[in-house]
Design a protein. Sequence first.
Length: 408
Amino acid sequence: MKRTIILLIFCVFAAGAVQAQRSEVRRAERELNRGNLTEAKAHIDAASQDASTNEDPETWVLKAQVYMEIASTEEPEYQELSENPLAVAFDALEKAQEFDVNNLQLVQIQQMLLVLSELTFNEGVENFNANNYAVASEYFLRSFKLSEPFGAIDTTTLYNAALAAELNEEYDRAKEMYLQLVEYEYDQPYLYSSLSHISMEAGDTLEALGYVKQGREVYPEDLNLIFSEANIYIFTGAVEEARDILSVAIEKDPENPSLYFALAANFDKMTQDTTYSANERQTFFQEAERYYQKAIELDPEYFDAIYNLGVLYYNEGIRLYEAADLRFREKQDFARLEKDEKEYTAIWLQAQPFFEQAKEMIDEDSPYYEVVIMSLVQVYVRTNQQEKLKEIEDIYLKYFGGSEEDEQ
C-alpha cells in the first residue's frame, strides 16, 4: 500500500510537469501572435528541449513558425535572436514530420515548407547580390531541395546554386549540380560554358572542349559558346581552329564589334606568350592589331578596344626595347642601337593617341582612370615628352604621389 501511494504521487507530479511544459508551447504561441519574438523563442526553445514535449509535432511546427518569423523580421532586435533561423526552421519541420505519425499536421507542414522554400530562396538572392557566394549557394540548394517533395523540379534555383558555387571556386560542387541540370535538360547555354570553364580550371582542355561542343549541338548559334570554343583553341595553340570558329560567328553577325574585339584580345594575349617563336608572336600582333581596328571601325566609342590597342602598341614597344637592349649588351653596336631606338619609340608613339583618346572617354570616377593615366605617363616618359608630362602632372601627383622626374 505504501508503494502504491508513492507511485500515485509520482504520477501526479509527472502529469503536472507535462502540463507545465505544454503551457510553454501555449505561451510561445501567444507571444508569437503578439509579435513578441524574443519571448516566443524562449518559450518554444524550452518546450522543444524538454523530454515531455519534444516528440510532439505541434511543438516543432510552432518552433518552425517562430524561427521563420525571426528570419522575416525587419526589427534589428529580433534579427539578432538567431544566427541562422531558416536552418533552425528547416530542422524543426523535419522533426515535425518525424513525429507526426498520424499526419495530423501534414497540411500545415507542407504549407510551411513551401513558405520556407521561398524565404530560403530570398536569402540566397540577398547573399548572392552581396557577393557571399558560398552562403548563397547553400541557400539556393536548400530551397531547391525543399521544393522536391512537391514533385516540382526547380531547375532555375538549382542553376543559381551551381553558379554561386562556381563563383566561389567550389568547382567540384558546382560541376555536380551542373551535370544534374544537364540530365534535367535545363534550357540555359551558359550551363555548358560553365562546365567548360570548370574543366579548364582543372587543366582538362579535352573535356572542356567536349562540353562546349555538347552545348553547341543544342545551341549552335550561341555566341558565348562560340567564344568559349575559340578560347580553348587559342589556349591550346590551335590558332586556325580559333580563327575558323570566330569567322563563323562573324559571318552570322558581321556588324558585331564584340566579335572582333574577342578575337583581337585572344591574339593580343598570345603576343605575350614567350612559348611562341618571335615570328609567331609577330603574326599574333598583326592579327590583334587588325581586329582591334575593325572593332573600333564598327564602334568608334568602344573604350576597351581603343585602350587595348594602345596597350598592344605599348607592349610591342617594350618587346622591341628589351630585344634591342639585349643585342646592344652583346655586340655594343651603337649604330644598330640608334636604329632600334627609332623603331621602338615609333611604336610607343603609335600607342599615345589611343591612350589619350581613352582618357577623354572616361571621368575620374571610372575604375580605369588611374591605369589610363599611368599608361600615358609611361609613354610620355619613354618618348621624353616633357611638355606632355607637365600637362598631366597634377593628375599624376593626385593618384600616385610622385612626379614624372621619379619615373625618369
